[in-house]
Structure formats: C-alpha cells, structure tokens
Design a protein around this ligand. Sequence first.
Ligand code: NAD
Length: 480
Amino acid sequence: MEKILNYVNGEFVEPSSGKYIDNYDPAEGKVYSLIPDSDGRDVAAATDGAKLAFKGWSSLAVEKRSAILTHLADLIDRDIEKLSMAESQDSGKPLSLAKSLDIPRAASNIRFYATAAVHFASEAHITDTEAINYTTRSPVGVAGCISPWNLPLYLFTWKIAPALAAGCTVVAKPSELTPMTAYLFSRLCKEAGLPKGVLNVLHGLGPKVGQAIIEHPEITAISFTGGTVTGKKIAATAAPMLKKISLELGGKNPNIVFADCDLELALQTSISSSFTNQGEICLCGSRIFVERSLYDHFVKEFVKRTKALTIGDPLEATTRIGSLVSEAHMKKVLSYIELAKQEGGKLLTGGTRVEVKGRCAGGYFVEPTVVVGLDHLCRTNQEEIFGPVVTIMPFDEEAEVVEYANSTTYGLSATLWTENLKKAHRISAQLKSGIVWVNCWLLRDLRTPFGGMKQSGIGREGGWEAMRFFTETKNVCIKL
Ligand code: NAD
C-alpha cells in the first residue's frame, strides 16, 4: 500500500513516531494509502529546516523567486490528470470538478503570487517639508499554513503561494482526510528547484501535529482554514504567544432570490451554489430565501433540477454529486437531516444515503436534499451542515430578508439575485458578510479580499492582503 511521506528540509522522510494512519477512498469506503502520524518532533525538524532556509530564500532576487514559483505552476499544469485523479480519489469529489476547478485553481494560485512577488511595492510619505517616511515590508520568517479537506490542493496552495512569494519559509499541514495532492505537490516542489527547507509539508492529525505547529515558538505567523471550533482553539493557543493569525472559518451563507431576478440564471446557479462538491464548500448558499410571489414556482423548478442531478462514481464523466469525504462526515450530514425533520421541516427531495452499485458500493453518498417549512432561527438554519442539504424559505420585505440573512453567527458570503441595481447596492450594504455575489456565485478574482465577518474568521486572504499578512511592516522616518 502506498505510503505518503513528510517533506522536511528537502527530503522525503518517515514520521518520527514510525506510525501511519489509514487514508480512505471515500467513494469506495476503503483504505488505499497510509499517512504519516507526525508529531512535535517532526514540527521541530521542519521548523529547523525552514529557519535555515529563510536567509537564502528571503534574500533571493524576487525575479528568481518568481521564476521558481512559475515553474511550479507549470508542473501542476503538466500533471493535471494525475493530480485531478488523486484529488477525486482522496475526497470523493467528481473527477470532472477536480479537473475543471481544483487543480487549475491550484496552478493559478501559484502563478498569481509568482507575479505578485515581482509587483509587491510599498509606499513613501512626504511630511510637508520636514521629513520623508518610507515603509518596508519584510517576510515574517517561518509561517505555519494549515488547510482543510474540501478543496485540498486549491486551499493548500492559496496559503503557501503568498507566504513563499513574500519571502517566508513554510511549515504546512494539509488535512489528514485528503493528504495525497499535498504530497504530490511536495514532489513537484523538489522538481521545480525550490531550495531545501523553503517548504516543509507534514502530515497527520490536527490536534497532534497541527497543534504542535501552532505552539512552536519560532513559527511566528499562522494561516489557517477550517472549522470555527478549530479556529477558536488555534486562536486560544496563538493569541497569548502574540502570533499573527489569519483565520478562514465556517459559513452558513444566504442565497437571496428576488422576484425581479433573471430566473433561469438564478435557478441554474443556485443548483451549483447548493450542491457543487456535494455542498462541501464554505461558500455554498445553504439557506435560500425566495420572495413570496416567486416562491412556489422557484421551489418546484429547483426540486425538479435537484432530482435530475446524477449521483455516483466520481470517476464517471456524467457524475455531478460524488461521495462525502468520510463516514463520520456522512453521519453528521444525515444527523442534520434528521434534525431538520424533528424541527418540523418537510423534505421535498433527498434525505437518505445512496447505495451506488459496483466499485462504489461501500461509498459515503448522500442524496441532494431540499427542506422547506423551517423557521430561519432553528438549528438547521443556524449551524453549518457542510453537505448537500439546503433549506428554502419565503420572504415578503427587504428588511425582513436582511434580518434573516444576518441572523447566524457566521458572515462569510452571500448571494443576491435581482435585476434592480439600486436594490442590489442597498441590500449588499446591509449584509454582514465578507463577500457578496450579485447575480453570480463563486466568480473569483484573485486580487480581491477574501474572508469572513463574525465567526467566519479574522483577516482577509487574496491579493495584497495575503502578501501583507506574511510580512512585517516598518516605517522609516528621515528628517529632511
Ligand atoms: P477542521 O477545522 O476540522 O480541520 C482543518 C485543518 O485543521 C485540518 O488540517 C486539521 O487537521 C487541522 N486541525 C484540527 N485541529 C487542529 C488543532 N488543534 N491545531 C491545529 N490544526 C488543527 O476543518 P475541516 O473539517 O477540515 O474543514 C471544514 C471546515 O472548513 C468547514 O467549517 C468549512 O466551512 C471551513 N472552510 C472554510 C473556508 C474559508 O475560506 N473560510 C474554506 C474551506 C473550508
């Protein structure tokens, strides 16, 4: 059985413990590879490597740094078939999605920040005739990057790319549920000529090796994407150590459909924003609010299209809904469907585990599920389910739907459907979320700030925001 290895100081090594954890193919429900069970000793070795590499990497001419990263992006493009296959097998997502979204975006992340490194600039301020101030931004040192399982290589590279581009060296940990593409990526780093120690990739459990990364005193900045509960633990550890932290956490995003929308576009996109990646995207719009005059028609059409989604083997070209990432996650999603029923919700379609024939007979598949008849304040509508489950609720007034939309502890993204521009501005301004999409969803420009309000996180990724996060700012004031 294939053994994944840690990537420490330019070498592929076994974990200090000598122990391994099972890695599942969730579409088959079978173990297919082994993951290092790393711990604090591996973090210490990786951090030593990263510290040694820092001087050389941070002082390398930016054009050279940029060229290595560009080469790395080209290698991802070259290996798109292999990486897509690995991503699909590790996570259960449709191969077609890995090939059209995850892996191309991983290459874009690296290429985007390869160019950002060259264009990163700072300001100067002339203070009347008295002084000139200039600002410098130097890499913070060794950064810790921890990522989740839903968009494995996509989110892993989204953190690592700006850290490396800014001149930091990195100790990174992908999710233990989906480690394979990060491992393949570490092999590409070696091939691309990334100097040893610049990126170190450790595999293993969050509370063990992840926690050790957060606790290491010489890892001075932490960029984390994952659940809100984990984010709070990370903040509790990092805050007394006065580390810089960037937290990208959970969401319970509203999708607001006004009667004056482009209905066909709203329906098509709402199906995607509900069920893409089995609903396992932090940006999915899991609470759909529809203006009452359109409600019955929208619900009927939405349910018809949901029923038409093909669930099955992620490797089949026609599959739209693959398996959930793990048995534990499937059980969590099914328990929320039970809760929705207990809370008085009516299931219009879905609600059960799907038995797929053949190779995937043991896989963790759940039908896309549509629930109506729930109050916006019930638990089903307040807690993150992170699966193929959406609720649909009617509304009458603008103020009412804004209140519904803002009623959760989360504030990551929101989607809005209307052809009335003034209304779009008015509602966008009132929504408490870091991202508002009007008449679209997941339309991303990597230069824009990305992140959430309230319990969806602290800080922003994307564009210069991420480059600034990984640098320390200094102002030098010179009297004229
Ligand atoms: P998770 O919080 O369980 O795990 C995320 C990562 O943190 C994993 O690598 C895990 O091993 C590690 N980890 C766990 N405990 C740790 C600890 N004590 N110290 C350090 N690291 C630790 O999240 P998940 O289940 O992998 O991902 C799903 C969650 O991620 C959802 O809540 C989703 O909304 C969120 N998410 C947010 C964004 C965003 O950009 N805001 C993007 C994707 C996913």
